[in-house]
Design a protein around this ligand. Structure first.
Ligand code: ADP
Ligand code: MG
Length: 724
């Protein structure tokens, strides 16, 4: 017999009834069934209204109020015919969460009767009581109210839960005076800024027909599944999303037998269920597989326009959590749920393109396309070099700090991986001599026309780079699994907008000197490389040599913790970047700094309290019971003249004493509040509180290896990772 709740959990899991798999439905019937899609709108709206709406969707402009009533009414009829009685404005506050405000369609008439109603103004504008959402002081400075408004570029959809069906409308969330209180507003603004700068550069490159440029995103989501019986008896997993204690299992991921291995049947049924729901919502689920760690999996949809991809990513996180519950799992989206085992990331694949020139980060087949590609690629290189600390700051939170810089995830230094061919080419451009061996007859020529055909093969994909070129897009690999992709996309689009503006100015001034376009392009590329080439790195990002070289020779910043990274949001040049691109005003940026800093401090404080609680109320008593058992036995045996070695006793006693004295220390330092500013408070969390938590864990995990297993109160790593 083991510890009762653990034994019970194992019994429940091994005897569980498997959830029956529904017969597969044809994809054609499932696809976007729950989305108020363009084709559905076309069927139920007058021609002129549909045309106007379609135009709004394609240009991202505000919905014409004169047609709003008709659109709202059609949307309501469709939703009601599908069983909905409520609608919700869905918005994305400055956390990584999705928020909703639900309202009924019901409207009471003068005679006391009720009808279902949904006026255009309710579609275009809602008024959630947002005072409970973090806003970093914006609302006290400005107006107390905030409002939501439908983002017409993201379609409305139906969400089915145990409580029924709700019509969900993706919205922006802004203060009464127009300050963004959410992640969608700046994302839309960043796309607009990037579009403007990219269009200008494309025109300078000689295109007259230029369609709106948008950015695309294909996010890969990693996650862990743990049986709910185990998770429910781990307060740390439930409240902090990660284990604060736990000895590594005898078998970890050393055997690499999980990656691309067969997906356990129970998990497969879960995945099918998630995918089915995704298809109904028009989310193009594509790949699913096991990840490196035991119990870890991945799901990736096909890429979509950044704004829609971001809304869909939020839905994927919701669906994963919800569906896991139904299947008796808890889905952990935390970046590092288990120490000593790979963490989870969310690779943000990102590119920019339009309908006329296609994917602008695709090398293409002709020399001209190649030149254009190199210009856009150079813009990205400059962006990462100039705004690397911002990229680090936007993915900084307490949980992602466990990944970045640890020896498995990308380092906390931002660099660009290009692949050997492209890197060589850029280096040659920097040196002013393009002399690639694969050129025409080995001739040394200097001109963009002579650029080699660039291979699209991503080739030796560098897994240690935080930001890698992968053939026709960049992959931001340092993003954390629990994070919204909006933040990273905002930064990528904004820094690209800034770089393209800078490049546009340079090109214009070169072309003003009456030089050939190709010559102008080459001199721009050369300048980018000379000023910003230091950010390109193709070697092992995990190595100690790189960490030294990056900082000492390349002048790049290594920002290991959130406390180091977030203060960059307050730098003047970052403020200027957001202000001149119109993506965030200084007030909006400041509010973000405050919100993210406070979230960081809060999550570490919650974890520290949990560490103290669990150590005192679960681990200490287990150790004491163990000591009582053994010391009794030793004493009794001694009476009989039998001597037992008291080593284990001594060790457990020592570890217990040590752990409890550190617990007292942590309890004493935790309440400190007299900090000069948020930065100082964050540094205190990173430098004082976190290390103490780690120290306590060290003793506790050592105790787990000494104390009798049937007394150990917490489900073990072995149980959580291997019993499905
Ligand atoms: P891997 O695990 O090898 O990195 P995956 O196939 O799992 O690759 O995921 C790659 C992701 O990149 C997918 O979501 C895919 O749709 C996306 N992607 C492909 N092309 C683009 C593009 N042009 N822009 C944005 N994302 C893209
Ligand atoms: Mg990837």
């Amino acid at each position: 017999m083991g510890y009762e709740p653990r034994t019970q959990a194992i019994y429940q899991i091994t005897n569980r009834q498997s959830i029956s798999v529904e017969p597969p439905t044809r994809l054609e019937d499932l696809w976007a069934a729950d989305v108020f899609s363009l084709s559905k709108m076309k069927k139920c709206l007058p021609k002129a209204v549909f045309k106007s709406l379609k135009k709004t969707i394609q240009t991202g402009e505000q919905l014409d109020v004169s047609i709003a009533d008709m659109v709202a009414s059609a949307m309501k009829d469709w939703a009601i015919s599908r069983g909905a009685s409520y609608y919700a404005h869905v918005f994305y506050p400055m956390t990584n969460a999705t928020a909703e405000k639900h309202d009924g369609f019901v409207s009471i008439q003068g005679d006391g009767s009720a009808i279902s109603e949904f006026a255009g103004k309710l579609l275009v504008q809602g008024e959630p009581d947002g005072s409970s959402f973090p806003n970093g002081g914006i609302r006290s400075t400005f107006e107390a109210r905030g409002y939501t408004a439908w983002d017409v570029t993201s379609p409305a959809y139906l969400m089915e839960t145990d409580n029924g069906v709700t019509l969900c409308i993706p919205t922006v969330f802004v203060s009464w005076t127009g300050e963004a209180l959410d992640k969608k507003t700046p994302l839309l603004r960043s796309i607009a800024a990037m579009n403007k700068a990219a269009t200008r550069v494309l025109k300078l490159l000689g295109h007259s027909d230029v369609a709106p440029v948008n950015s695309s995103c294909g996010p890969e989501q990693e996650y862990f599944l743990v049986d709910a019986h185990f998770a429910n008896s781990r307060p740390d997993l439930l409240l902090a999303g990660r284990t604060l204690f736990g000895k590594p299992p005898a078998k970890g991921q050393q055997f690499d037998d999980h990656y691309f291995g067969a997906i356990p049947e129970r998990v497969q049924v879960f995945m099918q269920d998630v995918e089915k729901k995704m298809y109904r919502l028009g989310i193009p689920a594509k790949t699913r597989h096991n990840e490196v760690a035991p119990g870890q999996f991945e799901i990736a949809p096909i890429f979509e326009a950044a704004n829609v991809a971001s809304d869909h990513q939020q839905l994927i996180m919701t669906l994963l959590r919800q569906t896991a519950k139904k299947h008796g799992f808890v889905c952990l989206l935390h970046e590092k749920p288990f120490a000593g085992i790979n963490g989870s990331g969310k690779h943000v694949n990102w590119s920019v393109g339009n309908a006329t020139q296609g994917n602008l980060l695709d090398p293409g087949d002709s020399p001209h396309e190649n030149a254009q590609f190199l210009v856009f690629c150079a813009a990205v290189i400059r962006g990462v070099h100039k705004y690397g600390p911002l990229m680090r700051a936007v993915i900084a939170n307490a949980s992602n700090d466990h990944r970045l810089g640890a020896n498995e995830a990308p380092p906390a230094i931002m660099s660009v991986y290009l692949g050997s061919q492209l890197e060589e080419l850029f280096n040659q451009i920097a040196n002013g001599e393009i002399s690639y061996n694969y050129s025409h007859k080995g001739k040394l020529e200097f001109g963009v026309d002579t650029l080699p055909p660039l291979s699209k093969d991503a080739g030796d994909r560098n897994r240690t780079s935080p930001f890698a070129f992968t053939g026709n897009r960049f992959e931001f690999r340092a993003v954390g699994s629990s994070q919204s992709v909006s933040g990273p996309l905002i930064v990528l689009n904004t820094m690209l907008a800034d770089s393209l503006t800078w490049i546009g100015d340079l090109l214009e001034s070169e072309l003003g000197k009456e030089v050939e376009l190709n010559t102008a392009i080459l001199s721009v590329l050369k300048e980018v490389m000379q000023k910003h080439g230091a950010v390109i790195f193709g070697g092992d990002g995990y190595s100690a040599e790189w960490h030294k070289m990056a900082v000492e020779e390349r002048g790049l910043l290594n920002l290991p913790t959130t406390a180091d990274a977030l203060p960059y949001l307050k730098e003047k040049y970052i403020e200027e970047l957001f202000e001149k691109t119109g993506v965030l005003s200084p007030v909006e940026l400041e509010s973000r700094y405050e919100v993210y800093s406070e979230q960081y401090i809060l999550s570490i404080e919650v974890e520290a309290k949990l560490v103290i609680d669990i150590a005192k109320t679960a681990i200490y008593p287990a150790a004491m019971r163990h000591l009582a058992d053994i010391s009794n036995t030793i004493a009794r045996l001694e009476e009989m003249g039998i001597k037992l070695d008291p080593d284990n006793l001594k060790k457990v006693a020592e570890l217990t004493n040590s752990m409890m004295s550190k617990v007292s220390k942590l309890s004493a330092v935790l309440p400190k509040k007299d900090f000069a500013n948020l930065k100082e408070h964050m540094q205190y969390c990173a430098g004082t509180i976190r290390p103490l938590m780690e120290d306590i864990r060290e003793d506790a995990d050592a105790l787990e290896g000494e104390v009798a297993d049937d007394l150990w109160p917490l489900p073990t790593y072995q149980e959580m990772l291997f019993i499905k």
